[in-house]
Design a protein around this ligand. Structure first.
Ligand code: PRP
Ligand code: ZN
Length: 300
């Protein structure tokens, strides 16, 4: 076996809204990389895991074709690729592992300011410019609307000004691009965020183990983001009430205190943020010496 075949390849966006977050996430998983001169390849220094930096639209295809084992991409491009493969009689050879809670945006239909838009029926008989042909076609069919889809590979937002379309269907994040082009959002076609996808192709055992390891670390990184470690003292008699008040915690650890019999120390991992109100409620229930700490790493 060629030594490159022993390594895991992860496809991430080369430059765009997902790039920094994707790199940051992988670094938090303990991966270290050296970037090639052309900046399209990152060699994994401390684990046999390399990165391919590519156009986001190419990521689902690279994972489906088993060129890469994992990919981080927006649901928008993943959905478009999946529908594209289905419409040509194929099937996406990847599965979605988990959502990453960054890169939130939406695929939306937008209209020029001077268009009187009422509802989705206003799109009937119109021309809509988009790079998301499959997703838009699917949306229009679902809503029983007939419209012409005009494919644009980029700069979709200028299509109405050029007289090439009546509406556009494009990604919206801050909405600045729409505003700059005197367009207003009228329909949401798809809510999107970054997700991890994994090839459906069977992997050699050592590769599968590596993939499992990296997915477990990713899961850990995602979990600690909101997690807090909380410590407090409580009267034994209030334990049940206090356990109920701890947000998103399963089994608190109860530790006897040397000095007194009727009080114990309670430690718990709360899988969501701990707000002042919660602390006040805990105190009200009899807790004292409350301490909330950030969680750095977690392995389930
Ligand atoms: C999208 C979209 C708009 C812009 C909208 O492009 O095509 O141009 O983002 O963002 P805003 O609402 O924050 O102004 P993107 O940067 O994702 O590039 P791509 O479609 O070429 O990948
Ligand atoms: Zn793109």
């Amino acid at each position: 076996m060629d030594s490159t075949e022993q390594r895991i390849k992860i496809a991430i966006q080369k430059s765009g809204r997902l790039t920094d977050h994707s790199l940051d996430l992988l670094e938090r998983c303990g991966l270290k990389f050296t970037q090639s001169k052309d900046q399209l390849f990152c060699y994994g220094e401390n684990m046999p895991i390399d990165l391919l930096l590519v156009r986001d639209d190419d990521i689902p295809g690279l994972v489906s074709d088993d060129v890469c084992d994992l990919g981080i991409a927006g649901l928008n491009v993943i959905n478009e690729k999946r529908l594209g493969l289905l419409s040509s009689g194929g099937c996406a050879q990847f599965r979605q592992v988990f959502a990453l809670d960054f890169g939130h945006c939406r695929l939306a239909i937008a209209a020029p300011y001077d268009v009187a838009y009422e509802n989705v029926a206003s799109l009937q008989g119109s021309r809509i410019a988009t790079s998301y042909v499959q997703t838009l076609r699917h949306y229009l069919e679902k809503n029983n609307v007939q419209a012409d889809i005009e494919y644009f590979s980029g700069a979709v937002e200028i299509a109405p000004k050029l007289g090439k379309a009546d509406f556009i269907c494009d990604l919206v994040s801050t909405g600045n691009t729409l505003t700059a082009n005197q367009l207003v959002e009228v329909e949401t076609v798809l809510q999107s965020e970054a997700v991890v996808i994994q090839t459906s192709a069977p992997l050699a055992e050592h590769k599968q183990q590596l993939v499992n390891r990296i997915l477990q670390r990713l899961d850990g990184v995602l979990q600690v983001r909101e997690s807090k470690y909380i410590m407090l003292h409580a009267p034994r008699s209030a334990l049940a009430e206090i356990a109920d008040l701890l947000p998103g915690s399963e089994y608190p650890t109860v530790i006897p205190l040397d000095s007194c019999d009727d009080k114990v120390a309670v430690h718990a991992v709360c899988r969501e943020n701990v707000f002042w109100e919660t602390l006040e409620n805990l105190k009200e229930a009899g807790a004292s010496s409350l301490l909330v700490l950030p969680v750095e790493k977690m392995l389930a």
